[in-house]
Design a protein around this ligand. Structure first.
Ligand code: S3P
Length: 427
């Protein structure tokens, strides 16, 4: 699908944001691993989260859509899954494939995991390597890719592991594998990525010890069903914050938004760039949730380095677009992970910005943009990546002339109603 974006002067309102994608995956999966019936309110309806649901259904988990947006998961416990009769299709979802590798490694059966063309090019050895130290067995295409087989070993060994990549997907896979190991598993090193698994396992009754430099979990503990309400996804909300910053006349308020400190890096950066952004946390448990308001503001460039990257990794394509509106240089470094997302997001951002007439310098681990640079409408591509489609829709709002984005239907992965909400806000 190709979408046409005309410049808009006004962005105003209170958009409805889909449930957080990371929490939605975990709520379904932990509900399945638990004993009893878990109710989830506000589950994301995006393609990735549906992939997790379909894979769980193929493992024998009953998932029911109730009224008023409530989903019920009939938990089967750590050992109640059925061997899948067909390959588990993770679609475009890296979180599904990587996190499933963790708990599937501890089952008494084998599973095949497959994904779409993009997911089949994303590295999986980063999960298989640490899990192999626990006794897990995998067979992967060309050593690191899907289609891949998880040869369930029934029981795994605990370990003390130094994590090398700041990835919540890898960290979560290890924590789930650790449930199938006798004794304590500890993860050290790059542990400061999003911490939803560490927060939600205790919410489902399994203690996790978290200190400044280590995460420890003891195996063999059963999860207990719970009721969870999924807050709005800050990585989806970020596009409306961006829209408010590029439109001339704007005020956007977002309620019931996830404000977990490991997820609000982009909001902190926008404030540093000069955005008039208010953030108010209203409830804290099991995840911080609150309200954010933003108004049109003049922006200045900023430096984003490795330690900040995990807290805003999914927002970097949008921040690149906003850098063209900011006065001065914006430079992002230590973000080599962008090259192994749904597409190579450094190249995709640079290619689209250049098509809009901007100058961008790229590095293996980031980019440098000197602003302000007026953008002009152009024919762009999402490269089948939802975040690229949405970031460049925002670019189009402030450009001169009309922007067309090919393969814009990729927004369906995390934000199926994105273009409807864009129309509502600019009415
Ligand atoms: C996610 C973790 C991040 C993020 C992805 C969702 C998660 O990936 O980019 O959209 O739910 O754990 P990495 O953990 O690989 O950085």
């Amino acid at each position: 699908m190709k979408i046409t974006i005309a410049p808009r002067a006004r962005i105003q309102g209170k958009p409805q944001i889909p449930g957080d994608k990371s929490i939605s995956h975990r709520a379904q999966l932990f509900g399945a691993l638990a004993e009893g019936v878990t109710t989830i309110t506000g589950l994301s309806g995006g393609g990735d989260v549906r992939s997790t649901g379909k894979c769980l259904a193929d493992l024998g988990v009953k998932i029911e859509a109730m009224k008023d947006g409530v989903t019920q998961i009939h938990g089967v416990g750590l050992r109640g899954f059925q061997a899948p009769k067909r390959p588990l299709d993770c679609g475009n979802s890296g979180s599904t494939m990587r996190i499933f590798m963790g708990f599937l490694a501890g089952q008494n059966f084998s599973s095949e995991l497959v994904g779409d063309a993009s997911l089949s090019q994303r590295p999986m050895a980063r999960v298989a390597d640490p899990l192999s130290r626990m006794g897990a067995k995998f067979e992967m295409t060309n050593g690191s890719f899907a289609p891949l087989w998880v040869r369930g070993q029934g029981r795994l060994e605990p370990m003390d592991y130094e994590l090398k990549v700041a990835s919540a997907q890898v960290k979560s896979a290890i924590l789930l594998a650790a449930l199938y190991a006798q004794g304590k598993t500890t993860i050290r090193g790059e542990i400061h990525s999003r911490d939803h698994t560490e927060r939600l396992l205790p919410f489902f009754g399994v203690p996790v010890e978290v200190s400044a430099d280590a995460i420890t979990i003891e195996g063999g503990r059963a999860l207990k069903a719970n009721a969870i309400s999924v807050p709005g996804d800050p990585s989806s909300a970020a596009f409306w914050l961006g829209a408010a910053l590029v439109a001339r006349e704007s005020k956007v308020t977002i309620e019931k938004l996830l404000l977990n400190p490991t997820r609000i890096g982009a909001m902190n950066v926008l404030r540093r760039m000069g955005a008039e952004l208010e953030m108010k946390t209203e409830t804290e448990f099991p995840e911080p949730v609150g309200t954010v308001t933003i108004r049109r503001s003049a922006l200045r460039g900023t430096m984003i380095s490795a330690d900040e990257v995990p807290s805003l990794i999914d927002e970097l394509p949008l921040l690149a677009v906003l850098a063209t509106y900011a006065e001065g240089v914006t430079e992002v470094r230590g973000a080599e992970e962008l090259r192994v997302k749904e597409t190579d997001r450094i190249d995709a951002v640079a290619e689209n910005l250049r098509r809009m007439g901007a100058t961008v310098e790229t590095f293996p681990d980031g980019f440098r943009i000197k602003g302000p640079q007026p953008l002009r409408g152009a024919v762009l591509d999402s490269f089948h990546d939802h975040r690229i489609a949405m970031a460049f829709s925002i670019a189009g709002l402030g450009a001169t002339g009309v922007t067309e984005i090919e393969n814009a239907d990729s927004v369906e992965i995390s934000y199926p109603t994105f273009f409807d909400t864009l129309d509502e806000l600019s009415r």
